[in-house]
Write a protein that binds this ligand. Sequence first.
Ligand SMILES: C[S@@+](CC[C@H](N)C(=O)[O-])C[C@H]1O[C@@H](n2cnc3c(N)ncnc32)[C@H](O)[C@@H]1O
Length: 285
Amino acid sequence: MGEARHFLPDLVGNDPKAAARRDFLATEMAQDHEGILARLSFLRSACRDVALFGDLIFADPDAFMAQSETFSLFNYHLARDLSEGAIEATRPWVAYVSNLTRTEAPFLVPLITVAEGAQVLEPGGNSGVFARALIDTFHPLQYVVMDLPAVCALGRDRGAVPGLSFVAADMRKGDWRTAAGFAPDVILFKSVLHDWPEAEAGNLLTEALRALAPGGQIVIAERTAFRGMTGGTSMDYANLVFAAFYRDPDLYQAMLQRLAPDLAVTVSRTVIDTEWFVLTARRTS
Ligand SMILES: C[S@@+](CC[C@H](N)C(=O)[O-])C[C@H]1O[C@@H](n2cnc3c(N)ncnc32)[C@H](O)[C@@H]1O
């Protein structure tokens, strides 16, 4: 509570709103204790990074990343093996993004359609929180999360679900059909492409198009380009530290249509902690 009251507005007081907020926090703590603590810790680091180095966020993103606590947490390199050290270094940021996805899935899943019996590949699908939400709603035949080895291990630890499997692979290398074991009807990138410079994001989309089954769809779910601290919660600080990397959907749409002019693209929008979009690009041939 001591930590949470720094970040959650209206948590203290005798009014019904404060009581509802405390109930919400208690439920979240009961269901995802590790995730809530990871979120609070991340927010503390984000506030620190903004206070100390905020002027570098847009002026010199590389210098900001080099000095920030938040970027040192997301060390993908350490997730590349299954040693105890790798798992322990990976655990806090996996807990953080998994907790965010718990919040985001109820807003994003309704903007996505997966045919019953479809085969889904989610590169960068992390511990499978979004996969589990999509499986509950759409009952795909198979759902493969492709992620780094330590991340997949933490995802498997969250329990088995029929149809869900984890494949440890570097998504920048190799053939996704072989990695998945099928030609995916859906390839989903949730909060993944903003991690990569445009050229590398383009390479990932190229591989996705190569792997996709005929008539299949690529789905991209991301925060839109940063337009200020508009959310009014402490998540504004978490979003500010990544602000230089978020992009509007037009950019992904243009990239995709350059790669495959036959795609039928639709974009839906929603507001969670800030503005989000879900772009769906369906092969028409
Ligand atoms: C920003 S996180 C998003 C995770 C998840 N999709 C979500 O929305 O919470 C990016 C994900 O990409 C994964 N990743 C990064 N580099 C990767 C690589 N080379 N190959 C496979 N996965 C990678 C990370 O481990 C992480 O799970």
